[in-house]
Ligand binder design. Structure first.
Ligand code: UD1
Ligand code: CA
Length: 454
């Protein structure tokens, strides 16, 4: 089946009080509109047509997905007028699905169910019963419970306003019907807008049945008009993700204080303490422990890794058994091989740390390759930047770097080599040798401390 998804996203979103177009506000790290496009993208043979208006350039720029076409509605004259802009892009014989760019959590199962109800004699409408239906279009039914029309709040009689079944806005019908009826929709109503909902009355009058379906959860059809609603949907979404993770075998110290802004795949028996934020694409092995207040971005964390409190890991790969933190910062390009340790106040960047090597305290190691069983003493710095270019540092297996060493790159410390504490290493240290740059210590006997003048 061929589905053309028309996503309405031309509205201004005044109540967001923002320079950013509403549909670009983020939910779990992805623009609202991207959520809708991603859901549509999961339908088989789907093509999305996004109707933009306010902030067209920004919206088109921000959404980077194949199989999406943008059309512009320069004046927002109503939902029917918005869909009208997409008509030239529809494929012949497709089923058309109408979605809103500011209703981000619509579920694929719901959409699939809706599409499967569409025939040449039937269209499908997603409705929901609300305790307080204020503001929504109401579903009008005849005595036989057949849907006959949708009436908007502003056009409804007091009696019609008591109807609690409302239009979610999500609708599926054949392109053929849409092409035939949309041009017939006028704007003779309270808001002087072209209402897409008039299609329902037109369908009924042409003897076409309107099949209604309901979403699994209300959040699927909840729109975002202000930042409070955005936060509510964010919390709902995060709760769902946390539940999935717990069911997959991860213990969360507090599911309410844990966020995923991206995708995670996980093994079992992982423990995640409070205030951990996951961003981008993160892969977890099993038996991992993550302490409080950690941020993990686009990284792979191997089995039995321990990440202690307040650690930030970005674009890095940690092999099984590594221990990092507390207060470590692994910047992009960090690779920790099996059993490596990176301790407190250590920053790494574009660095491979070999098996069971340790950088335990207060160091900056960038553009470096460390072999296995290396010990880097506290306060060691790779001086990798000469103000213009970056240079590499190499440290061989079993080398020992004394505390407070400056390694002025490019430089190589050989296997089994030792660097004396406090050295500034500007030349390679050959294998097994001691490199030392240290002024000789003088001890002055009989030294008098200065005394305070009165
Ligand atoms: C619409 C429905 C109403 C339904 C409600 C559900 C109509 C006439 N009414 O009302 O039955 O209960 O949604 O939320 O369809 N948009 C455009 N261009 C326009 C107008 C709107 O792109 O010219 C977009 C908006 O950006 C928004 C969506 O369409 O994403 C809905 O528009 P909105 O004005 O919020 O519709 P409602 O009046 O709430
Ligand atoms: Ca409106």
């Amino acid at each position: 089946m061929v589905t053309d998804v028309v996503v309405l996203a031309a509205g201004k979103g005044t109540r967001m009080k923002s320079e950013l177009p509403k549909v670009l506000h983020g939910l779990a790290g992805r623009p609202l509109l991207q959520h809708v496009i991603d859901a549509a993208g999961q339908l088989s043979d789907a093509h999305s047509i996004v109707v933009t208006g306010h902030g067209t350039a920004e919206v088109t720029d921000a959404i980077k997905t194949n199989n999406v076409t943008f059309v512009v509605q320069s004046e927002q004259l109503g939902t029917a007028h918005a869909v009208l802009q997409a008509l030239p892009k529809l494929r012949k014989n497709s089923t058309v699905l109408i979605l809103y760019g500011d209703v981000p959590l619509i579920g694929v199962d719901t959409l699939t169910a809706l599409i499967s109800e569409v025939t040449s004699e039937q269209l499908a409408l997603l409705t929901v019963e609300l305790p307080d239906p204020f503001g929504y279009g109401r579903i009008l039914r005849d005595e036989a419970e057949n849907v006959v029309a949708i009436i908007e709040e502003k056009d409804a009689t007091p009696e019609q306003r008591r109807i609690r079944e409302v239009n979610t806005g999500v609708l599926a019908l054949s392109a053929e019907m849409l092409l035939a009826w949309l041009p017939l929709v006028g704007n003779d109503n309270a808001q002087r807008e072209y209402y897409l909902t008039d299609l329902i009355g037109l369908a009924y009058s042409h003897g076409v049945r309107i099949q209604t379906l309901q979403p699994k959860v209300l959040e699927e059809v909840q729109g975002v008009n202000n930042r409070q609603q955005l936060a509510e949907l964010e919390r709902f979404y995060q709760r769902q993700q946390a539940i999935q993770l717990m069911l997959a075998g991860v213990t969360l110290a507090d599911p309410q204080r844990f966020d995923i802004r991206g995708e995670i795949s996980t093994g079992t028996d992982n423990f995640i303490d409070i205030n951990v934020v996951i961003e981008g694409k993160v892969v977890f092995g099993s038996g991992i422990k993550i302490g409080p207040n950690c941020q993990i971005i686009n990284s792979v964390i191997g089995d039995n890794v321990e990440i202690k409190a307040n650690t930030i890991i970005e674009d890095s790969r940690l092999a099984p058994g590594c221990v990092v933190g507390p207060f470590a910062r692994l910047r992009p390009g960090t690779i920790l091989e099996e059993g490596a340790k990176v301790g407190n106040f250590v920053e790494t960047k574009k660095t491979t740390v070999g098996k069971f090597s340790k950088i335990n305290h207060l160091s900056y190691i960038g553009d470096a390759l460390l072999g296995a069983h290396v010990n880097v003493g506290a306060g060691t710095i790779t001086c990798n930047y000469d103000g213009v270019n970056k240079h590499r540092t190499e440290i061989g297996d079993d080398a020992f770097i004394g505390s407070n060493t400056s390694l002025v790159a490019p430089v190589r410390v050989g296997k089994m080599a030792t660097v004396g504490a406090g050295s500034t290493i500007t030349q390679d240290v050959p294998d097994e040798q001691l490199g030392l740059t240290r002024a000789e210590q003088k001890n002055i006997s009989g030294w008098q401390r200065p005394v305070k003048k009165i």
